[in-house]
Design a protein around this ligand. Structure first.
Ligand SMILES: [Zn+2]
Length: 183
């Protein structure tokens, strides 16, 4: 039995479809690659930060800048999450200032742009809505109209990896982009 835990909450018909795709060689991976042929190439934390700030400035201008955004390989292992939004409060003279950091699971570094956009929109929506309620998902879908389809496809990719499949979007051969490693 394949590990379908990334798809918990989806309907049983989907489980049957995914099992059938997994039983064919490259069934699931070719479906994902057909839909998302290219990696986004935003591999450094600097590029990631600029992307997040662009999305925030477009949709959540009044929320204020995000202090820090990084790819983090511990997010998935230690927190069983794809992204984390960390809110902290700093004393600034007589004022308390809220600070927001976002950590994105390292898996999104070598991934198509819609995958990155989905998780970024998710973490940004937490600036307004702490819980995964209706208003939260409405905001996600406002920022990324394909939010629900992309989330499903991200979960299909996790299922592909859990079944022992290799990464599908390796952007660079190991060691090539020295500049993206500097920051
Ligand atoms: Zn969340």
């Amino acid at each position: 039995m394949p590990d379908l835990s990334a798809l918990s909450g989806y309907p049983p018909e989907l489980f049957r479809q995914v099992e059938s795709l997994l039983s064919q060689p490259d069934g699931l991976s070719s479906r994902l690659l057909d839909r998302y042929p290219h990696a986004h190439g935003l591999r450094s934390d600097r590029q990631l930060y600029d992307f997040v700030e662009q999305v925030r400035a477009r949709h959540l201008r009044s929320a204020g800048r995000i202090a820090k955004v990084v790819y983090d390989s511990k997010v998935q292992l230690a927190y069983q999450a794809l992204g984390l939004h960390v809110r902290s409060t700093k004393v600034h003279g007589a004022q308390l200032k809220a600070r927001h950091d976002i950590r994105i699971a390292a898996l999104f570094r070598d991934a198509p742009l819609p995958f990155l956009s989905m998780i970024v929109v998710h973490e940004l929506a937490h600036l307004r809505h702490p819980d995964h309620d209706r208003a939260f998902y409405q905001l996600c879908a406002h920022m990324e109209p394909d939010y629900h389809q992309i989330e499903l496809d991200v979960r299909l990719y996790l299922t592909h990896l859990a079944a022992g499949g290799g990464p599908l979007w390796r952007a660079w051969p190991e060691g090539v982009p020295a500049s993206s490693k500097a920051d």
